[in-house]
Structure formats: C-alpha cells, structure tokens
Design a protein around this ligand. Sequence first.
Ligand code: CTP
Length: 410
Amino acid sequence: MPPHQPHVVLGVCGGIAAYKAVDVCRRLVDVGVYVAPVLTDEATRFVGEATFSALASEPVQRSLFDEASPIPHTRLGQGADLVLVVPATAHFLARYAAGMADDLLCATLLATRAPVLVCPAMHTEMWEHPAVSDNLALLVRRGVLVVAPEEGRLAGGDSGAGRLADPDTIVARALDVLGATGSVVGPGRGDLAGRLVVVSAGGTREPLDPVRFLTNRSSGKQGHALAEAAARRGAKVTLVTASALAVSPGIDVVPVASAADMEAALRAVAPRADVIVMAAAVADFRPKAPAAHKLVKADGVPDLVLEPTPDILSGLAAERRPGQVLVGFAAETDDPIGRGRRKLAQKGVDLLVVNDVTAPGAGFDHDTNAVTILDADGGATAVPLMSKSAVADAVFDRVTAQLDPERNSP
Ligand code: CTP
C-alpha cells in the first residue's frame, strides 16, 4: 500500500495575487499532494472557482452551508496535514487573529490542529501598517508559519514590499512543513526506505546543429510523477531528466539533453540502484554528424543522415546487478499489449508499463494516464485512467512486490 497522501487545505483570499495560488495548487498536485481548495467570496472576484476545481484534488468549497455534510470545516480541518493560505490579505489576517469563524476558511482554521502557513500579499502601506504587523505577530506567537512577502512590482504599477512570495518558494516551504510532520514520507520511511530508485524522464533532444534538434512529444510528467512517488515512499531518488518540470527538494536531479547524455548519466548510477524505471522517451535515431555551425538557407537543404541511438534499457538489463528491478515503458498506438509483451522479452526487463497513447486522457502531456503493467511471468495489471501520480503509485506497488526484502542498495 502506498503511504498516506499528504492533505493540504489551500485557502485563497481576495487579493490580486490570488492568480498565483493557481500555480501553487497545480504544483502541489503535481508532486502528489491532495489539495482541497477553499475560496473566500472575495477570492472569487479575482479567480474562478472552475480553475481550482479543475486543478485541485476535489471541488472548491466556499461556504459553511453548501456541502452535503453539515460540518465541512471540521472535515477539512481535521483531515488536513497543512492549511496553506495564498494570498493572506490584511482583512484575512485580522479575522484569523481575532478568532472569527464567519466563513469556511476561518472556521476551518479554528477546527484544525495541523500546521498553518500563511503567505501575505498586499500594498506596502498596508503591509507596514501596525495593525497588520500586530495581527501577524500575534499569529506567529500562536505558532502560525509565515512566508514573508517580497519586494517588487505591485498592482497599479507601484513597487515595494508586499508582493506575494514566489510560488516556488511557497511550494518548497509547504513541502518542508509536510516533511517535518512526517506527512511526506521522504528518505528513511515508507516501503521504499533504504532503496535507491533511479528514474529517467522526458524526451531526449538530438542536435542537428547548435540551434536545432530532433525530439518527441514526451513532457516528462509521468517520469517526474514516478520520481516524486518513490521519494514519498521513502526511497533515495535520482531523476535523470530531459524535462524542465519542477522537482521536489531531496530528489537528486541530473539534467540531460541527448540519448548519449542520458545513457552516460544512467550508467554512472545504475550499479548502485535497486530499481531503475526507464520512463524517458529516448530518441531511436539521431543525426549522424551534427553540424558544428548553424545550418543556413544559403547552404541549401541539408542531407539529413540518421544513425541509431544506443538502446539504453537493453544495455542496463545486460549489466544489471542481482536483485535489481528494471521497469520499461512503451508508448504504443497499435496492438499495445502484444507489442508490450514482445518488448518486455526483448529488453529483458521485469515490468513493462504499456501506454496506449491514442486512449482519451492518456499519454503525452496529459495530467492523467491509463496503463497496463505487464510482468515477466505473463501477468497484466490494468490501471484505469487516473492522475499520473496515482499511476506512479500503481507501478511502485508492483515494483515493491518484486524487491528482495533482504537486499538494499550498496
Ligand atoms: N529505450 C531506451 N533506449 C532507446 C529507446 C528506448 O532505453 N534508445 C527505452 C525506453 O525508455 C522505454 C523502452 O525502452 O522504457 C521502450 O521504448 P520504446 O521507444 O517503446 O521502444 P523501442 O526500443 O524504441 O522500440 P520500437 O521502436 O519498436 O517501438
């Protein structure tokens, strides 16, 4: 069983920075956090409920009175591992400091024992007003955590202190708080504790000249979700990636571009790995002789001669150490299961995750996926359409069943 998925109540108040809460919501979901959005009435003047309902893990809640359950604030408050408020307005800080419970967000904050992280954003004059400073100081004395605003451009063209902290900073701090409470499992805990899991992700880029390359439609989302899931389950994770997607702190990232870079990076770490998941879309062909200088029209149409890239996964399988579990991926459009079975045998892997990329909602660049996990004994596990994070957990459920309980990474 995967470990507990961390739950965050994301409170959004009515300030111009509310649009940045959309990014925070999405990034938390991307790294496997369950996000329950609570919007104040004023927030909906700045951002649409539909945006959050589409991106978060459950629909937006706005009122103490419209849920089927008569006490939504206690459900939200008791189930939270963290309540995060982005942006926290002066009005919100005053009501929270006064202990008011006149809307769902403030009532949830009174009904929770989880850590609370507030991210204020307002104009400089308001931020520096003693009423705001006093309210914030009172909240800090009560244990509320704060991501302070930054200096920068504010609404209306002004500049100064009060701009919402960068979403990267907010997400990193939220994950730190979750890690500290044990909600994000992290190294040393969970069913992959003590294991080194290596994941490859993204589509490789094969240069034609210094400004052009051949690549494919892989976004890297499934590979990154696998790395995040392995980290949540306690593994030490190395992610060899050709994608620029954000990665949680604690995961070792090796950025690569070409198949040759990816092969070198994987071969360096493979001898120590307990599990290698090859989710990258490695180019099968590359330009044989990439030009050292930019190709220009005046030179005429270039003769594009391609050569095969190394089959990285087959190479890793040939040199694998005893007990190491190897997982391949296959994006297919025709006869996915038949082709997947043949590929599993040819590549010599333990598990092959087959993706029918023509299925609605599955494959390239979607946030969801549907796969079939084939094993070397002829077994097949169908994983219906779900988030890429949940698919990643389904893959590791199969991986952990194959790991030798006695053996850990050297
Ligand atoms: N793979 C690899 N090195 C390559 C090509 C693919 O390691 N040069 C890995 C992929 O990361 C994936 C698995 O092999 O885990 C299957 O990739 P896929 O592209 O589906 O298979 P191919 O070997 O390219 O076979 P085909 O062209 O017949 O689909």
